[in-house]
Design a protein around this ligand. Structure first.
Ligand code: URA
Length: 245
């Protein structure tokens, strides 16, 4: 609970409790004590703490024709309209209007920042149906870097899956990047589907369907952007009680 209120890692919070700096309803608490978030007054060094609402994480299979912005002046369907209204969430990055596939929606700002910041290099995988059949030269260009108006693209993982069907893995998040890359090598995209965000995949989720991330998926994602170290991940899965302390 202290960790959720932003007091730092589990270990830091345990130290605060061990040092006798945490009280609940005026009484010093020990590790593992149960706290009712709605009822109890929790203080650290005599200062009451506010608990952040629980974070939610939804994985949506965005259909084509749906916008990723929160509101659309043209009244088109938004990705947010597929998931519960409360708590309010935002999308992690964007998909173009016509791009389909996996989109993460959450109210967790820190995870959003890390998943979208280029320095964390989170991979995004796409299946692109393109005009024509890209040959070895075009595939090599896509792989090594393509000159776009905002600079050369970083090396990408690219493989032909079938004639006119290319799997592209990028770790930058430039606007319409995959479409522009394919266009630049002479094979404009006719259909684009995102099939993976970092460690997140789901081949069962139908267009317009969504689900919550599992604990394992969330932990894996957090670990990939250094929000969770190995020790904390193991501890949190083996000891649920301490999370409430
Ligand atoms: N690249 C694109 O061209 N469009 C998307 O929606 C995502 C990546």
């Amino acid at each position: 609970m202290l960790a959720r209120a932003g007091f730092g890692s589990r270990r830091v919070c345990e130290d605060l409790i061990a040092d006798g700096r945490v009280t609940v309803n005026g009484e010093e608490i020990v590790l593992g004590a149960r706290v009712e978030v709605d009822r109890d007054v929790v203080q650290v060094d005599g200062v009451p703490i506010g608990i952040q609402p629980d974070s939610v994480y939804y994985l949506l299979n965005k259909p084509a024709g749906v916008v990723t912005t929160a509101d659309d002046p043209q009244g088109r369907t938004t990705a947010l309209s597929f998931v519960p209204l409360e708590p309010r969430v935002h999308s992690v990055g964007r998909l173009d209007l016509e791009t389909e596939g996996l989109l993460l929606l959450t109210n967790d700002g820190q995870l959003t920042h890390r998943l979208t910041h280029p320095s964390f290099g989170v991979e995004k995988e796409y299946l692109a149906e393109v005009e024509g059949d890209p040959g070895r030269g075009a595939l090599r260009s896509l792989r090594e870097g393509v000159e776009l108006e905002d600079g050369v693209t970083a090396p990408a993982k690219v493989s032909a899956q079938a004639p006119g069907l290319v799997r592209i893995v990028i770790h930058e998040g430039r606007n319409r990047q995959v479409r522009r890359m394919c266009e630049a090598v002479g094979h404009p995209v006719t259909r684009l589907i995102r099939t993976r965000i970092g460690s997140l995949r789901d081949t069962q989720l139908g267009p317009g369907s969504w689900r919550e991330l599992t604990q394992d998926e969330l932990r894996e994602l957090e670990r990939s952007v250094q929000l969770l170290d190995e020790t904390a991940a193991e501890a949190s899965s083996s000891d649920a009680t301490a999370e409430d302390s």
